[in-house]
Design a protein around this ligand. Structure first.
Ligand SMILES: NC(=O)c1ccc[n+]([C@@H]2O[C@H](COP(=O)([O-])OP(=O)(O)OC[C@H]3O[C@@H](n4cnc5c(N)ncnc54)[C@H](O)[C@@H]3O)[C@@H](O)[C@H]2O)c1
Length: 294
């Protein structure tokens, strides 16, 4: 079996963001190995032998529009991976980088994505519980222009207070909402997201600082360990643990997979779900027995 053929990236045009570092850099290395023509975008310089590298601030609409003009007219796979941690005062920036630019690029490039092509995002375990904001997220998703969306954010300060979580939840809502929408399904364009657990990357230090109420990296690291690793005596993932599966999801190997929110966290979020379902069941049993006793 020819593995390159199985992936189906050889000679294909692939656009990937966030490629200077971390998970996306790992993914880019694999895409190059698989023979793709990679068009890679990052705010920082990209030191990989890609077909073309762009140094662009993807929170800036004008810069995005400029790079879009230069990207190829036919794109087989789009991977949107750029992201930042959330710090006080940066709530709107986090929405732009971690969600809105990704929605905007998807929609601006959709006409160029080939039939049976793919769009794959990196969301996060931080987006777990996205169903709670789904209706608000759809309201935002349906706003037609970048400028009006920025006004919407200005009018919803409470929602974007948990900046990182809300942006990642919007991404997961987007995948769920769009997978069967006419613009994707009529041309059989697949749309999926991976949800990484704790991974050691260029973002680790910022995540540590932003998690601690005092901005103390050591304290934040301990808190992250307690939330994501302690319950299973676990260890952080490496960038390739996320980047490689993401390439598989966007490849022909997953040719029948769409609308999926794939948690890559050693089962952590499944255990959260299991606990909450179990507790709900226990609660309703207790309520019933309480009512019966009365
Ligand atoms: N590291 C983790 O534990 C973790 C967990 C869950 C989800 N994620 C998500 O994974 C994705 C990849 O991040 P990573 O952990 O590999 O971190 P990383 O910092 O190594 O990679 C993120 C890349 O995005 C780029 N970027 C940031 N802002 C940008 C902008 N305005 N314009 C263009 N590029 C920009 C950065 O320069 C960097 O190269 C992010 O979306 C992040 O939110 C990370």
């Amino acid at each position: 079996m020819d593995l390159k053929k199985l992936f189906g990236f050889e000679g294909k045009n692939v656009v990937i963001t966030g490629a200077a570092s971390g998970m996306s850099k790992s993914a880019t290395e694999l895409l190059i190995e698989l023979g793709a023509n990679v068009y890679a975008i990052d705010i920082n310089p990209i030191d990989l032998p890609v077909k073309k590298a762009y140094q662009v601030d993807l929170s800036n609409k004008e810069e995005i529009d400029k790079v879009i003009e230069d990207l190829p007219s036919k794109i087989d796979a789009l991977f949107l991976c750029h992201g930042i941690a959330a710090f006080p005062g940066k709530e709107l920036l986090v929405q732009k980088v971690n969600f809105y630019s990704q929605k905007y690029m998807t929609e601006e490039l959709l006409d160029r994505i080939t039939d049976h092509g793919s769009v794959t995002y990196i969301s996060s375990v931080g987006g777990f519980g996205w169903q709670q904001v789904y209706q608000k997220a759809i309201e935002l998703i349906n706003i037609p222009t970048w400028e009006e969306a920025m006004d919407w954010y200005d009018n919803h300060p409470d929602l974007i207070k948990s900046a990182y979580v809300f942006a990642k939840q919007c991404l997961l809502s987007y995948v769920t909402y769009k997978c069967m929408s006419d613009e994707f399904i009529s041309r059989k364009i697949r749309i999926n997201a991976i949800n990484p657990g704790d991974t050691t990357t260029g973002l680790t230090d910022d995540f540590n600082k932003s998690t601690s109420p005092n901005g103390d990296a050591q304290e934040g690291a301990k808190m992250i360990e307690n939330i994501f690793l302690k319950s299973w005596n676990g260890y952080p993932a490496e960038p390739k643990d996320m980047g490689f599966p993401m390439v598989v999801v966007g490849s022909d190997i997953c040719s029948y997979m769409s609308g999926q929110l794939i948690y890559i966290d050693y089962g952590l979020t499944s255990s959260w779900l299991s606990t909450s379902l179990f507790n709900e069941k226990q609660k309703s049993i207790e309520e019933i027995s309480h009512e019966t006793n009365n």
